[in-house]
Design a binder for this molecule. Structure first.
Ligand SMILES: NC(=O)C1=CN([C@@H]2O[C@H](COP(=O)(O)OP(=O)(O)OC[C@H]3O[C@@H](n4cnc5c(N)ncnc54)[C@H](OP(=O)(O)O)[C@@H]3O)[C@@H](O)[C@H]2O)C=CC1
Ligand SMILES: O=C(O)CCC(=O)C(=O)O
Length: 420
């Protein structure tokens, strides 16, 4: 099958990664395309009453990548670069991520092409509700469960849950995860993705023989994932020496005051104007001297131009798809940099989303410590399996993670068989 509707650089990148892994595991040719391409996609137009009385129309998407192992699961992104192809690529990565962590889900992703920063709170609520309304025929707590991603947050999830609940006539907390704790959200979900990144960073630093107290971390992106990773890294004794958001970044080789940066960014809506470090651009921040580099914003920020100049020892991919294919080839040759690949590195978010869904379904809730300890168990188990796979296939850690996830999905399809 030649797929054209998803055609885009980022979808090509996800397909190329798939092809490399499928070849490594010598996948049955009859399973290759069936496992690779998304099962379903929806495109909807969302009319929203703007504050000036006009009606704005926003295009939204949801791609459900595979339905073989349970409901589909994945975040919703509000960003001006969102396309159907990007959402499809993100849904593929969700599938492999859920498989390597052993979650009973297929991957999904949603998105709306919108600059959410330009919307008022009223307009954002209108868009969140309309997007959910349009998706209701295609989702459900045992069909497809949404969560936050770039440009969306707990409040957006609350509006989406309310819209769904109003439609069916009763509260359905399991329809979205990453919602406020007061609505059935899980303790620990807000910080889960960043905390999971920091947990893995600390674990690999120890394995590689680095002292935590002497290690430094630089983070691109100071939203939910980047800021929570910074807080958790500090709690593991790792100094954060660079941070940035859309407007640019700040650095201090002696360490930044993350608490102060968080307060400032909450009060002002961004880090712009913060005086806690020397200003630096979003391009420069990637090549700063540091032990750990953490891209936590957009895809494909590490490319063939900057890859040869990275000075980190560990590249911890908190963002989805931050390293393009050419950069990945360059980094594969450089055995001084260890990569913790995205589908593993940022999996703490969906792991705790799974816990949130399970808690909602049984109306029985856990403490933050219980949640994070259960997350560590799953991350440790996935790490073991990936390291074993890396040795067995004599390949990079990214290839090992992809091979592990893709093989599990392909096996599920094989045992389910084909009808008729
Ligand atoms: N939220 C989650 O649970 C999960 C998220 N991820 C991935 O993590 C990444 C970040 O998501 P999340 O933290 O939720 O998103 P947020 O919207 O909360 O934060 C995104 C951050 O990236 C910054 N940013 C936006 N554009 C640029 C740019 N061009 N250069 C540098 N920084 C930029 C934003 O700055 P500003 O605020 O100024 O716009 C903000 O600081 C994404 O790749 C997402 O897919 C992965 C797993 C789970
Ligand atoms: O929490 C979830 O369900 C999904 C989070 C997400 O979108 C991701 O891991 O990329």
């Amino acid at each position: 099958m030649e797929s054209s509707i998803y055609k885009s650089e980022v979808f090509d990148m996800a397909c190329r990664q798939f092809d490399i892994a499928a070849e490594l595991i010598e996948m049955d040719p009859n399973l290759v395309e069936r496992t690779k391409y998304p099962k379903r996609c929806m495109a909807v137009s969302c009319p929203v009453r703007m504050d000036n009385g006009d009606v704005g129309l926003f295009e939204g998407y949801r791609v459900q990548h595979h339905l073989s192992m349970g409901p589909t699961k994945g975040g919703v992104r509000f960003h001006p670069n969102v396309t159907l192809g990007e959402v499809a690529a993100l849904s593929m990565w969700m599938s492999w991520k859920c498989a390597i962590t052993g979650l009973p889900y297929g991957g999904a992703k949603g998105g709306v092409c919108v600059d959410a920063m330009r919307l008022s709170r009223n307009e954002l609520e209108g868009l969140s509700r309309r997007y959910m309304q349009e998706m209701i025929p295609f989702i459900g707590p045992s069909t497809d469960i949404m969560a936050p991603d770039m440009g969306t947050n707990e409040q957006v999830m609350a509006w989406m849950m309310d819209t769904y609940a109003n439609q069916v006539g009763n509260a359905v907390p399991a329809i979205v995860t990453g919602k406020p704790v007061s609505l059935g959200g899980s303790e620990g979900r807000r910080e889960a993705t960043g905390h999971g990144v920091a947990y893995l960073v600390h674990s690999y630093l120890e394995d590689l023989g680095f002292s935590l107290g002497e290690s430094t971390a630089v983070i691109q992106g100071f939203g939910n994932v980047g800021s929570e990773a910074a807080v958790a890294l500090e709690s593991f004794g790792i100094k954060v020496t660079g941070i940035s958001d859309y407007y640019g970044g700040f650095t201090n080789p002696k360490g930044l005051d993350i608490g102060d940066a968080l307060n400032y960014s909450r009060e002002h809506g961004s880090l712009q104007g913060w005086r806690g470090g020397d200003p630096i651009s979003n391009e420069e921040i990637l090549t700063l001297d540091c032990t750990v580099l953490i891209p936590a914003a957009l895809e494909r920020v590490i490319d063939e131009n900057n890859a040869p100049h990275l000075k980190c020892k560990i590249l911890a991919e908190a963002a989805n798809g931050p390293t393009n294919i050419l950069a990945d080839e360059i980094l594969k040759e450089n055995d001084e940099i260890e990569i913790i690949p995205d589908i593993f590195c940022n999996s703490g978010g969906v792991i705790v989303s799974y816990f949130e869904w399970v808690q909602d379904l049984q109306s029985l809730y856990w403490t933050r410590d219980e949640v994070l300890n259960k997350m560590y168990v799953i991350l440790d188990r996935a790490k073991n399996e990936i390291e074993k796979q890396k040795k067995a296939l004599n390949c990079s850690r990214r290839e090992a993670a992809l091979a592990l996830g893709i093989r599990k999905v392909a096996n599920a399809k094989a045992v389910r068989g084909l009808f008729p």
